[in-house]
Design a protein around this ligand. Structure first.
Ligand code: ADP
Ligand code: MG
Length: 399
């Protein structure tokens, strides 16, 4: 993984850097530079496959794509973060081909074509400023930066409005699921294409509807601190599939299509009907987490952003104790942040590693960062990577 500077502002002008690299690689200027953000989910974890709610923000960290379309159907793909180069025909793109990161980029062209758009080959240089593999969705940032470029250059109109952007998000999900072979839901691509600056995106996974929710940290003197544990405990022992299966089993036992159908006010009666305590705990996480998203949205709409902290804490406890997807590093990050003044903290993402987030007074950001760094050292963990973020904007043309 590449080590990244802590703030996007400290990284120079990303648009011109990637255009320069394009020129060096291909011997001519790109037609333009497009970008798309990474994301972090504020609350609503493991709710997507239960037809529930989640609430991501776009990060200020973005992936930049310098692109020029070709007259033929050749794809020449390069990244400033990888020595792996690709040259292949668009017609050879299929599940698993090309392997590696090229699948995310080539998959977008393939999926655009599959939904009826006339596409051509292209030359591409990427510069990913979203930390790779930290659970901050560098993969969707990559796809959506390429998708934005192709939509603009071919005049497909898929950035025109939210409705069009929702279609483009679905195309990018198809690229990631089918060509890159990563079974993701739709949150990452929706965030990269549909989030608005200073807002969180309420995403209803039952019907794909969205709403913008104010999330103006600086107006409250607050920062959101992302604490990347830099660990990824293997999920290939089937933990994700087991959690999903437990949720489906709980819904089946209740005779419901999904756990979304359990009314929060009826949860005790519903949970009592489940066959064993583990399934009950899994279902309780989902039902209470969906309710916490609703409460978070209500607080944000009323301008009570600081009060969201206690919902973060409750969400973390639910993932640690009921859903059992936390790990020692995430628990240390969350506990240290809250004992050093954070208004609330929780793990975010799939679990077993990746990142945690903390809602912190901007003036306390340094102190919390250093406390978490020391706590990791005291516990014998590798150094975490902490970055303070605000809610950024969606995919766009840069130059
Ligand atoms: P996340 O999306 O949370 O960062 P993923 O495992 O879904 O984690 O995606 C990370 C993968 O995306 C990387 O291993 C790499 O294949 C690809 N990727 C993302 N950004 C870039 C980039 N700028 N250059 C090359 N590959 C990238
Ligand atoms: Mg990803």
């Amino acid at each position: 993984m590449t080590t990244l500077p802590t703030s996007p502002a400290a990284q120079g002008s990303p648009g011109s850097a990637v255009a320069r690299s394009f020129l060096e690689a291909f011997g001519s200027e790109p037609s333009g530079v497009w970008s798309a953000p990474g994301r972090v989910n504020l609350i609503g974890e493991h709710t997507d496959y239960n037809a529930g709610l989640c609430l991501p923000i776009a990060l200020p960290h973005r992936t930049y794509a310098a692109v020029r379309l070709r007259a033929d159907r050749l794809l020449r793909l390069r990244s400033m973060q990888s020595s792996q180069k690709y040259e292949l025909e668009l017609d050879d793109v299929r599940a698993g081909n090309p392997p590696g990161w090229g699948g995310y980029a080539a998959g977008v062209l393939w999926a655009l074509q599959g939904s009826g758009h006339q596409v051509s080959g292209l030359d591409l240089m990427l510069d990913g400023r979203v930390p790779l593999g930290a659970g901050l969705s560098s993969s969707a940032a990559l796809e959506c930066s390429v998708a934005a470029a192709v939509s603009d250059l071919l005049d497909l109109g898929l950035l025109r409005d939210d409705h069009a952007r929702a279609k483009l998000a679905a195309i990018c999900v198809n690229a990631e699921n089918t060509i890159a072979g990563a079974p993701t839901g739709g949150m990452d691509q929706s965030a990269a294409l549909r989030c608005q600056i200073g807002h969180a995106l309420l995403l209803d996974c039952r019907d794909d509807s969205t709403a913008q929710v104010p999330f103006d940290l600086s107006a409250h003197g607050l920062s959101l601190l992302i604490m990347d544990t830099r660990v990824e405990h293997a999920l290939d022992d089937g933990q994700y599939a087991q959690r999903r299966a437990s949720c489906e089993e709980a819904a089946r036992q209740l005779g419901l299509r999904s756990l979304r159908e359990v009314a929060f006010s009826d949860q005790d009666a519903a949970l009592d009907r489940l066959s064993d305590h583990r399934i009950r705990a899994r279902a309780r996480h989902v039902v209470t987490e969906i309710e916490r998203v609703r409460q978070t949205v209500a607080l944000l709409r009323e301008g009570h952003l600081p009060e969201v902290g206690s919902l973060f804490n409750a969400s973390h406890a639910s993932m640690r104790d009921d859903f059992e997807i936390s790990c020692a590093e995430l628990d240390v990050a969350v506990e240290t942040a809250t004992t050093h003044g954070a208004l609330g903290a929780r793990m975010t993402g799939g679990g077993f590693g990746g990142s945690a987030i903390a809602l912190v007074s901007t003036e306390d950001t340094q102190e919390v960062t250093s406390a978490v760094t020391h706590a990791f050292a005291d516990n014998g963990f590798g150094a975490p990577h902490c970055i303070a973020v605000t809610a950024g904007g969606p995919a766009r043309r840069e130059s």
